[in-house]
Design a protein around this ligand. Structure first.
Ligand SMILES: CC(C)(COP(=O)(O)OP(=O)(O)OC[C@H]1O[C@@H](n2cnc3c(N)ncnc32)[C@H](O)[C@@H]1OP(=O)(O)O)[C@@H](O)C(=O)NCCC(=O)NCCS
Length: 162
């Protein structure tokens, strides 16, 4: 557990699942509406996020203020797979602290971390660039969507983490 001012970083617990799913559901629209194929929206209901959270809990770190989750990151191998901050906590530095935690997690086993960001998600792209990530390539990312993934036009960002 790490404490950054009033922000507490800690490993996600099973009883965090509902709060993470709600935050992810709301934040997904903010980052993706208009930037992904329409068909993906029907796979991004709250119920879908409730299904997607539990398998990720072992590799999820949450940021909490006053006991409430204000953001989370998830890693998968060398990929920083999810970075989400609740609306009111954006612009407060929480996102950079969470991203640094994900980079440390990847650095335990890999030299370079990568992530996929939708081409049109310019706020996230600026955030990654500000935090030392390099726009490395175009990437057609197969987003989870039931039996058949939906391909999303993304950019692949990379950062050396050790
Ligand atoms: C991407 C994300 C994690 C970045 O976190 P953040 O807190 O917004 O990042 P920053 O603090 O660097 O601020 C980003 C921008 O918002 C601006 N901003 C700061 N506070 C703000 C506020 N209260 N309201 C609106 N904009 C604000 C900043 O000036 C900055 O603008 P700029 O990019 O034009 O310079 C966050 O925006 C988020 O969760 N977005 C939705 C989910 C998402 O897209 N995740 C990434 C998927 S790849």
């Amino acid at each position: 557990m790490a404490d950054d001012g009033d922000l507490v970083l800690r490993a996600a617990r099973p009883d965090d699942a509902e709060a993470i799913a709600a935050l992810w559901h709301a934040g997904w629209r903010d980052g993706h509406a208009g930037h992904v194929p329409d068909e993906l929206h029907r796979h991004r209901r709250l119920a879908d996020f409730r299904d997607r959270v539990p398998p990720r809990l072992p590799t999820t770190t949450v940021g909490a203020r006053d006991g409430r989750i204000v953001g989370f990151v998830t890693v998968h191998e060398d990929e920083v797979e999810q970075v989400y901050v609740a609306g009111p906590a954006r612009g407060t530095g929480v996102a950079a602290v969470l991203l640094a935690a994900a980079e440390r997690a990847v650095a335990e086993r890999f030299d370079t971390a990568w992530l996929a960001v939708a081409v049109g998600n310019t706020r996230a792209r600026r955030f990654y660039a500000r935090n030392g990530w390099r726009d490395a390539a175009a990437l057609d990312y197969p987003a989870e969507a039931g039996a058949t993934p939906v391909v999303v036009a993304c950019r692949r960002y990379e950062k050396r983490v050790r």
